[in-house]
Design a protein around this ligand. Structure first.
Ligand code: BDR
Ligand code: CA
Length: 329
């Protein structure tokens, strides 16, 4: 039901990421793009932390800074049934805190949606979702057979069980944004692995981690610190935490190091009513089969972030994006 990633082969795991960047999404994307164990085959961008226009611009800026060229598409512009409520108090008006970003452009019609990115994959991929589940729900509605054929594993940063919510006392942001989409995705039993707040709340960067990175020379380090500085201020004010919880990083860490998170099979349901329980995830016998991350090896996950994102950022100069044809000239 939940195949483990092949451990006895050097071929990188093909991955498609659906994301709403977002400050912790940015760290998760940089971790994925800088990791040889996985090959990021496509990124689909969703509304969530910010509007889809801002999120798309942020994804382009992250790719530019990473010096990588990856197919980009739009996963979802709005929830299935609810209104868009961007988290500007958490991630800033741009979605990147205080980090400078270019103006956002218009989203053109020829951008490829998630199912087109998946359809183009020559082999089944691991799909990582770091935002609301709307894009995947739309893809499942439009072509469920294609999605089942192309997604061998789905890892989602979503939900909370014993941990308190971060949007209502009972619910987590990605689940809250579009509970109908999460419910549809869970019912598809792709299979899905949830990385909930229960483990991500144990994975915080301290304010001094952020200041230490701020002392580095690299342009990318300074850019990341400007984003994190905003995120730390949010956590200080709203969560009374002297640091910041970088949730989405753990969904990528789970692929890179299977020892970083351990999962338990269970059945999960999501509450659809309005009010404080909107988007609440529960372990329930009537729910759908999923695996839920229960334990985190903080040191392993931290080593990945530190070696592949912070050390890289501290030493890297801005790199030009090499278009293959240009690279040959
Ligand atoms: C999730 O919501 C967003 O704020 C983060 O990017 C993360 O995906 C945490 O609840
Ligand atoms: Ca996110």
């Amino acid at each position: 039901m939940h195949p483990r990633e092949p451990a006895d082969t050097f071929a990188p795991i093909p991955v498609v990421i659906d994301t709403d960047p977002g400050i912790d999404d940015m760290l998760a994307l940089l971790l994925a793009l800088n990791s040889p164990e996985i090959m990021v085959r496509g990124i689909s961008v969703s509304y969530g932390n910010t509007t889809v226009e801002n999120a798309f611009r942020n994804a382009v800026e992250i790719l530019r800074r990473a010096g990588k060229r990856v197919s980009l598409g739009i996963g979802a512009r709005r929830p299935l049934e609810r209104a868009v409520v961007p988290a500007s108090e958490t991630h800033g008006a741009s979605g990147m805190g205080y980090a400078p970003v270019p103006a956002a452009g218009v989203i053109l019609d020829f951008m490829r949606p998630l199912e087109r990115i998946l359809a183009e994959q020559p082999e089944p991929v691991t799909l990582v979702t770091l935002g609301p589940l709307t894009g995947l729900a739309l893809a499942l509605r439009s072509d469920p057979e294609l999605i089942r054929a192309k997604v061998r594993r789905h890892v989602a940063m979503a939900g909370n069980f014993a941990a308190k919510g971060n949007t209502t006392p009972y619910s987590e942001f990605n689940a809250w944004c579009d509970p109908e989409a999460l419910s549809l995705v869970l019912q598809a039993e792709l299979p899905t692995d949830l990385v909930p707040l229960d483990v991500t709340r144990e994975f915080a960067l301290s304010a001094s981690d952020v200041s230490r990175l701020g002392g580095a020379e690299g342009d990318n380090a300074r850019w990341i610190v400007e984003a994190l500085r905003f995120y730390v201020e949010f956590h200080r004010e709203y969560e009374r935490l002297d640091g910041c919880v970088v949730n989405d990083v753990l969904a990528v860490a789970a692929l890179l190091d299977p020892e970083a998170l351990s999962f338990q099979s269970t059945r999960v349901a999501v509450d659809l009513e309005d009010g404080e329980s909107r988007g609440r995830t529960r372990m329930a016998s009537e729910g759908s089969l999923a695996r839920v991350a229960r334990q985190l090896d903080r040191d392993r996950a931290r080593a990945l972030l530190s070696d592949r994102v912070f050390s890289w950022a501290a030493s890297s100069l801005p790199r030009p994006v090499l278009v293959p044809e240009m690279a040959r000239v």
